[in-house]
Design a protein around this ligand. Structure first.
Ligand SMILES: Cc1ncc(COP(=O)(O)O)c(C=O)c1O
Length: 382
C-alpha cells in the first residue's frame, strides 16, 4: 500500500490542492533534474551527440511500459492538439460515414475531429447520456449503440475530463474493431494515475499531455500510435526522425527513411533537454509507484468524502463509473456555486469550475487533512 508522498513535492504547506486535473505539481526530483540540465547548458562541450537522443529514448521506453506498447510506437508531441492532428491526418474516411465523440469532449480533440469531418464529408456525432438514474450506464450504452459499419473513427477522453466519468473502453474498442472504425483516446486525464493497456482496449492512438497525471513539464506530450500509422505522413520533416540522424557527419546524405514506427510523428527538436530531463524523472517515479497503486491510494483517501457525498445527495454516479482521482459534485439547485467557491477560497482549497460543475482531483500528495477541510468547507454552504 502506497503512503502519502507529499514530501516528494514542494507544495505550499498551508493549501489544499484538489487541482491536479488542471496542472500537476513538480516533483522535487524533476526540479533537481531541470536545474542539472540547465547548468549543463553552460557547457555544450560536455554534450555528446548521443545526448540529443538518450533522454527521449528513455521517455519513450518508460511510457511504453506504462501503457503496454513498444517504445517504437511512441511519438513525442508538444500538445494534444498536435498529436490529434497527426493522427487524424492519417485517418481514412468511410463513404457516407461519421465520426463519434463525447458530449463536452476537450476542445483539442473535438476541434481536430470537427475539422477532419468537414474535410472528409463525414458527419460528426456527439454522444451524451439520456436523462436516467444511471448516467454512466446510459452514456456507455449510447456510445456502443452509435458505433456501426458507417463509423470511421471514435475519438474520446479515456475518462471524462470534466468529471472523471469512466467508460467501458474495452467494449468500445472491441466494437470499433468489429466495424472497422479507428479508436482514438485522449489519455491526458488518466495515464499515470490509473492503469491503461492499449492492446487490451484495441486502441489505435492514445494521445496525452504529461503535465497533469504524469507530473511532466508543460509542452511535452506523448502519443502511442499503433502500427496502422507506420507509413503515414507526419506534420513536419524533422531531421531527427530519419534513420541517419544519429550520425551527425552525414546529415546531408538525405535519407528518405524514418526510424521504425511512430518516430516520424515526433515534433522537431525533440531533445528539449531541460523539459525531457524533468519528464524522465517523473515517469521513473510513476513507474516505481505504479498507476494501480496510485489509484488505490486515491480510493482509500477519498472514502470519507464519498460517504459525505452520498449522505448529502452530492454523488454523481455509481461506483462502476467513478474515478477515484477525478470527480465532480452534483450540486443541488439551492447551493450557489459562487458561495461554494468563496468557501473554498477562504479555506485555501484549490479546485476548478468546469462548465456548471466543480471538478475535484486528488493524487499521492493529498492527505486526510485535506479531505477534512474539503468536507467542512462544503458543509458551510449546504
Ligand atoms: C482531456 C484533456 N486533453 C488535453 C488537454 C490539453 O490539450 P493541449 O495539450 O492541446 O493544450 C487537457 C487540458 O486540460 C485535457 O484536460
Amino acid at each position: 500500500m502506497l503512503l502519502c508522498q507529499k514530501d516528494k513535492f514542494s507544495l505550499h504547506p498551508d493549501i489544499h490542492y484538489f487541482n491536479n486535473a488542471r496542472k500537476g505539481p513538480l516533483l522535487k526530483s524533476s526540479e533537481a533534474a531541470a536545474v542539472r540540465s540547465l547548468i549543463q547548458q553552460r557547457n555544450p562541450s560536455d554534450l555528446p551527440n548521443s545526448g540529443f537522443f538518450e533522454e527521449m529514448d528513455m521517455v519513450k521506453n518508460i511510457f511504453g511500459q506504462l501503457v503496454n506498447c513498444d517504445a517504437k510506437n511512441v511519438a513525442v508531441i508538444p500538445a494534444v492538439s498536435y498529436g490529434f492532428s497527426s493522427v487524424l491526418n492519417n485517418t481514412p474516411a468511410k463513404r457516407n460515414g461519421h465520426a463519434i465523440t463525447l458530449k463536452d469532449e476537450f476542445p483539442s480533440g473535438y476541434l481536430s475531429l470537427e475539422k477532419w469531418c468537414k474535410a472528409h464529408d463525414n458527419e460528426l456525432k456527439v454522444i451524451g447520456p439520456h436523462h436516467s438514474n444511471d448516467i454512466g450506464e446510459s452514456w456507455n450504452n449510447n456510445i456502443l449503440e452509435s458505433i456501426n459499419q458507417n463509423t470511421s473513427v471514435v475519438l474520446m477522453c479515456s475518462v471524462h475530463w470534466m468529471n472523471g466519468l469512466k467508460y467501458d473502453l474495452k467494449a468500445i474498442g472491441e466494437k470499433c474493431k468489429k466495424v472497422g472504425a479507428r479508436f482514438y483516446l485522449d489519455g491526458t486525464q488518466s495515464v499515470g494515475v490509473m492503469p491503461i493497456d492499449v492492446k487490451q482496449y484495441n486502441v489505435d492512438a492514445l494521445v496525452c499531455g504529461t503535465y497533469k497525471w504524469m507530473f511532466g513539464p508543460y509542452s511535452v506530450g506523448l502519443s502511442f500510435m499503433s502500427d496502422v500509422f507506420n507509413d503515414g505522413q507526419p506534420l513536419e520533416e524533422s531531421w531527427m526522425n530519419r534513420v541517419n540522424a544519429k550520425d551527425f557527419t552525414s546529415l546531408t546524405s538525405y535519407n528518405s527513411n524514418y526510424f521504425k514506427g511512430a518516430s516520424r510523428y515526433s515534433v522537431g527538436e525533440t531533445s528539449n533537454f531541460i523539459l525531457m530531463s524533468m519528464l524522465v524523472e517523473s515517469l521513473k517515479q510513476i513507474l516505481e509507484w505504479k498507476p494501480e497503486n496510485i489509484q488505490s491510494y486515491c480510493k482509500e483517501l477519498i472514502l470519507p468524502f464519498k460517504q459525505f457525498m452520498q449522505e448529502n445527495d452530492l454523488a454523481t454516479w455509481s461506483e462502476a463509473y467513478f474515478s477515484n482521482h477525478l470527480f465532480s459534485l452534483n450540486l443541488p439547485d439551492h447551493i450557489s456555486i459562487d458561495a461554494l467557491k468563496e468557501s473554498f477560497t477562504a479555506n485555501k482549497i484549490y479546485a476548478s469550475q468546469r462548465g456548471t460543475g466543480i471538478r475535484l482531483s486528488v493524487n499521492v500528495f493529498n492527505e486526510s487533512d485535506n479531505i477534512d477541510v474539503l468536507i467542512k468547507s462544503i458543509m458551510k454552504v449546504l
